[in-house]
Design a binder for this molecule. Structure first.
Ligand code: UD1
Ligand code: MG
Length: 462
């Protein structure tokens, strides 16, 4: 079997989006659009994956940092064929199959890509193009076939005749090529008369009459090939993928009280017997266990939540980990790297950032915990603040097991509160507290007997 390399086209600006952000970085359910394309390609285990970046290439690279990707630059974007030509040098010496995908088709599935590749290999074609029959083909390249059904060429909408515009079979912008034949064909592509761009779909007509020829592979679910070129299409993509994900989750044993108001990204996984109230947004690679309930108005992104947890209304949870049987909210904000261990509780109007809340510990009300490590069975009173920032650097607060922090304490980091200690309410703690000690860090109270009554009577007389 031939080796496989993948090229993802992502250099275009996306003029029709009317945006400062490069099109492939527009978020779809919390992840950049191109991330879904990469995800769909992953199971094919290509030897190499190349991304063609051009418009704001730095931003694209930054967004994809950490992926096993090579970037190829297309500084001036002169069309999809021109984009692919930029990869010629990088692919020098490679003589296998090349899968070419657009970065703007986030609904593509691995299953479809696998089918395309299989057709390509079985037929030993020089090029195999993915197509779909769309009820409304507006904006797409149309697939022109001969009377006997053979693939002739692809014509872009701008250049199509009125008859050709009636064709409903469209080019998905996804192809497999025999790489050497492709680069030979790309050399021959001439700029479009209308846009002056070099069109990759023109390679089909050029390869058609050569030995091996070209094939089309029709995808059964036409929604999969939808490209995003406008904001309206971006909205439509969300509608489709939320609907699809909701149907999958219902089938997997998840209760969605209103599937039409479940904004759940396609990579999200949820265990059975979990219950989602209406208007919950789950983004990115979020994983939720079994028997967990999430109430309305929560937005959870790239986070893990265990089994039998309860997330009350209105919480924002980002890049965090929540253990089994935890309770969060209502109106809690878990910022990146918040870790709640089993049965921990984070209550209303609490913000947690880059901190561990140990097993069974409670931070029930109106508190900020940042850069802290809290042990097990700790109780943090209402209004407590970890003062983690001195204006220059962030510092750590360590609270060991079984500590009781009274309400409205300020813990000025770096500071350590030893196991079993008690912090008196209203204290400002600037020094480490030994284990089992009581720390009082507040002005001593003075009571002046009868002062209030005397004061009142003086004022009334006055
Ligand atoms: C393209 C196809 C069209 C197909 C449709 C499917 C061409 C000429 N047309 O049209 O037949 O029906 O996709 O969605 O290919 N890009 C570059 N460099 C460039 C230009 C584009 O990297 O110079 C990238 C874009 O970032 C994008 C992809 O290629 O990810 C496709 O470009 P786009 O402008 O969206 O093409 P469409 O008009 O959608
Ligand atoms: Mg497009």
């Amino acid at each position: 079997m031939n080796d496989l390399c993948t090229v993802i086209l992502a250099a275009g600006q996306g003029t029709r989006m009317r945006s400062k952000l490069p099109k492939v970085l527009h978020p779809v359910a919390g992840l950049p659009m191109i991330a879904y394309v990469i995800e769909a390609c992953r199971p094919l285990q290509a030897k190499r994956t190349l991304v063609i970046a051009g418009h704001q290439a730095d931003k694209v690279k930054e967004a994809l940092a950490g992926e096993a990707i090579e970037f190829v630059s297309q500084p001036d974007q002169r069309g999809t064929a021109h984009a692919l030509l930029q990869a010629r040098e990088a692919l020098d010496g490679f003589d296998g199959d090349l899968l070419v995908v657009s970065g703007d088709t986030p609904l593509l599935t691995s299953h479809t890509l696998d089918g395309l590749l299989r057709t390509h290999r079985e037929t030993r074609a020089l090029a195999t193009v993915l197509t779909a029959d769309l009820p409304d083909p507006t904006g797409y390249g149309r697939v022109v076939r001969s009377e006997t059904g053979g693939l002739l060429r692809i014509v872009e909408e701008l250049e199509a005749t009125p008859q050709e515009r009636h064709i409903r079979e469209v080019n998905a912008g996804v192809y497999c090529f025999a790489v050497q034949a492709l680069f030979a064909a790309l050399q021959k592509i001439r700029p479009s008369a209308v846009k002056g761009e070099l069109y990759l779909p023109d390679a089909i007509a050029l390869l058609r009459d050569r030995d091996g020829g070209v094939q089309a592979c029709r995808v059964p679910d036409p929604d999969e090939v939808r490209g995003v070129n406008t904001r309206a299409e971006l909205a439509e993509i969300h509608r489709l993928l939320w609907h699809k994900t909701a149907q999958r989750l219902l089938a997997e044993g998840v209760t969605l009280l209103d599937p039409d108001r479940a904004c759940i990204g396609p990579l999200v996984r949820i265990g059975s017997d979990s219950i989602l109230y209406p208007n919950v947004t789950l983004e990115g690679q979020t994983v939720i266990g079994e028997g967990t309930t999430i109430y309305s108005g929560c937005r959870i992104r790239n986070s893990t939540i265990g089994d039998d947890a309860v997330i009350l209304d209105g919480c924002i949870i980002q890049e965090s980990q929540i253990g089994d049987e935890c309770q969060v909210g209502p109106y809690a904000h878990l910022r990146p790297k918040a870790q709640l261990r089993q049965r921990a509780k984070v209550g209303n109007f609490v913000e947690v950032k880059k901190s561990v809340i140990g097993k069974g510990s409670k931070v029930p009300h109106l508190t900020y915990i940042g850069d802290a490590s809290i042990g097990e069975r700790v109780n943090v009173g209402a209004g407590t603040i970890t003062c983690n920032y001195d204006g220059f650097t962030k510092h750590q607060t360590v609270i060991e097991d079984d500590v009781f922090v009274g309400s409205n304490a300020s813990l000025v980091a770096p500071v350590l509160v030893g196991r079993g200690a008690i912090i008196a309410a209203g204290s400002t703690i600037t020094e480490d507290v030994p284990a089992d000690a009581l720390a009082l860090g507040r002005a001593q109270q003075i009571n002046r007997n009868e002062f209030a009554a005397a004061f009142r009577s003086k004022r009334q007389k006055g």
